[in-house]
Design a binder for this molecule. Structure first.
Ligand SMILES: Cc1cc2nc3c(=O)[nH]c(=O)nc-3n(C[C@H](O)[C@H](O)[C@H](O)COP(=O)(O)OP(=O)(O)OC[C@H]3O[C@@H](n4cnc5c(N)ncnc54)[C@H](O)[C@@H]3O)c2cc1C
Length: 516
């Protein structure tokens, strides 16, 4: 495994250890996958080798900061080559172990973390329900307090490690107060233990991929859960969930990176050995270009994934922690992996389509990861919304002003105000709208820019904009709250503001006299 220069000695040793482990058990994992059987023997080794302990503090029997999330990702990169157990390992890490380590109180840590660290228990995370998928805040499973217990009723579905796990990180609604719902304070995170009365596995799914993985429906029927098993208090479920999802997406991303490397292995294996038209297919550039993309993606995306791990290890796991990065990693790594799997199949020709080679399985598995842990569509929406908000300063577009000599717009980082003493009235506002049209035809100017350009106060500006609107000289766009947000001149307004010549532009290389 390629090691990064910032990995410490422990992390480098973990990398060697897990590669050796994966090499050794590759055949057993493949055998189990063909039989769609869960390889308990391999899982047991992963647990007993304390890989979950990478994310658990030393005082609870884990490896602490020396390993950390980076160490866990290193483990995941190796284990991801071993099929079903990769999913079960990752799910244990982000389904109970992580949440207890970051949000648990001393008693909860004392009770669960040593068992996670020693590999005595497995975990699961239970967000999704039959009627609640992407809209995770709409969880319908209800928890009602009765004495020192909460009674849970509801159903969960698509739960990985269903039946295998000993501890289930269950999110349930503890309030239907509209204020709590609006502020995302209506959900609570419970550690529900296997054996809780009324808690049962309802169904195991037949999936297109993830051969051997246990994934299914769970039923909570008047299941009593001790109040002591609530993490971080009532109403904190959403924060815990987001933190868990950041981590889940990071581990999913690392798994994808590992699988891209497997694709390169099989693509080059085939290209080196398949001879067509009297030469190995590695000499065909069509094939080389595909592998080049795989290597490029593998390099870039692996770096992103380990950068996230580094961020978590050094900056903690605040709910919004490396949100943008882990969201981006999940999207682009799964898509990079899908492309790699498809291209490898193409490179291998008909062989790639057979179950004699593992790449067809990659295609089935990657499709699951494009949906699980948040669909890539929904994640893209989040990436857009949070990305433009968090990086508002980075993405701030320049103000543009006409350069008289060049007769071209020149960018300035800040809006340039008009000279002091410029009056704010319909005429001056219309002038700025006309000026804006000349430089950014087809675009509206923002109210913030108008305020600065005109050195205006909000009241005078709004008054002028409304007057212009009334006279059909300008059009104003109002935001959801009904506040004036964007404005532009109408054709009538442009005509009133400036003579035609003001708006005209002809490149130097044309003869103006040719035109009417
Ligand atoms: C194999 C597997 C394992 C899983 N493991 C777990 C687990 O262990 N624990 C757990 O809690 N969950 C698990 N999940 C659930 C997974 O997180 C959800 O499947 C996922 O969040 C999508 O929800 P959904 O399947 O209900 O799709 P839906 O939310 O019903 O979405 C259907 C389609 O509509 C699109 N869509 C939905 N809303 C929007 C929107 N606002 N804008 C644009 N498009 C939208 C989606 O992108 C998708 O294409 C697992 C799922 C799978 C398949």
């Amino acid at each position: 495994m390629d090691k990064y220069p910032w990995w410490n000695k422990t992390q480098c040793e973990l990398a060697d250890k897990i590669e050796e482990f994966a090499d050794k058990h590759l055949s057993r994992a493949a055998e189990a996958a063909y039989k769609k059987e869960f390889p308990y023997d391999l899982m047991d080794k992963v647990l007993k080798d304390k890989w979950v302990g990478t994310i658990i503090p030393e005082e609870y029997g884990g490896m602490g900061k020396e390993a950390g999330v980076t160490g866990c990702c290193i483990g995941m990169e190796g284990i991801a080559r071993l099929g079903a157990i990769a999913t079960s390992f990752a799910t244990t890490c982000f389904g109970g172990a992580h949440q207890t380590a970051h949000f648990g109180n001393d008693e909860q840590k004392e009770k669960f973390l040593p068992k996670f660290a020693k590999g005595e228990i497995m975990g699961a995370v239970c967000i999704t329900e039959p009627f609640i998928g992407s809209d995770a805040a709409g969880i319908e499973t209800v928890a009602v307090k009765e004495g020192d217990e909460y009674i849970l009723n509801g159903k969960k579905r698509f739960i990985t490690n269903a039946g295998l796990a000993d501890v289930y990180m269950v999110y349930a609604q503890t309030s239907n107060n509209p204020g709590d719902i609006k502020g995302y304070k209506h959900l609570t995170g419970f550690l529900v233990e296997k054996g809780t009365p009324g808690f049962s596995v309802e169904k195991i799914n037949e999936l297109i991929g993830w051969d051997g993985v246990r994934n299914g429906y769970l039923n909570l029927d008047d299941a009593p859960v001790p109040a002591a098993n609530i993490l971080a208090g009532e109403g904190m479920g959403w924060n815990i969930m987001i933190s868990g999802l950041n981590f889940e997406r990071t581990l999913g991303a690392i798994a994808g990176v590992s699988c891209i490397r497997e694709c390169v292995r099989y693509a080059t294996f085939s290209m080196d050995r398949r001879v067509q038209f009297n030469q190995p297919t590695k000499f065909y550039q069509a094939n080389q270009l595909k592998v080049a993309d795989m290597i490029g993606n593998w390099k870039m995306l692996r770096l992103l994934a380990y950068y996230i791990a580094y961020q978590i290890d050094t900056g903690g796991m605040a709910p919004l922690g490396p949100f943008l990065e882990s969201t981006a990693a999940k999207i682009f790594i799964t898509e990079g992996w899908r492309k790699a799997a498809l291209d490898t199949i193409q490179i291998m020709g008909g062989d790639g389509l057979t179950r004699f080679y593992p790449i067809e399985g990659h295609l089935r598995d990657v499709k699951i990861l494009e949906i699980g842990a948040g669909t890539n569509e929904v994640l893209r929406l989040l990436l857009y919304r949070q990305g433009v908000r968090i990086h508002a300063d980075d993405f701030k577009a320049p103000w543009r002003e006409m350069n008289d000599e060049l007769q071209m717009p020149i960018p300035y980082m800040a809006v340039k105000p008009l000279p002091e003493g410029t009056e704010v009235n319909e005429n001056t506002v219309l002038d700025v709208l006309a000026e804006y049209w000349r430089i950014n035809p087809g675009l509206y100017i923002s109210r913030d820019q108008l305020l600065i350009r005109l050195r205006a106060d909000e009241e005078s500006l709004d008054e002028a904009l409304l007057l212009l609107e009334e006279q059909e000289l300008a059009v104003n766009y109002r935001d959801k709250r009904g506040v004036l947000a964007l404005s532009r001149a109408t054709y009538k307004g442009l005509k009133k503001a400036k003579p035609n010549e003001y708006y005209q532009y002809f490149p130097e290389w044309v003869d103006r006299s040719e035109f009417f």
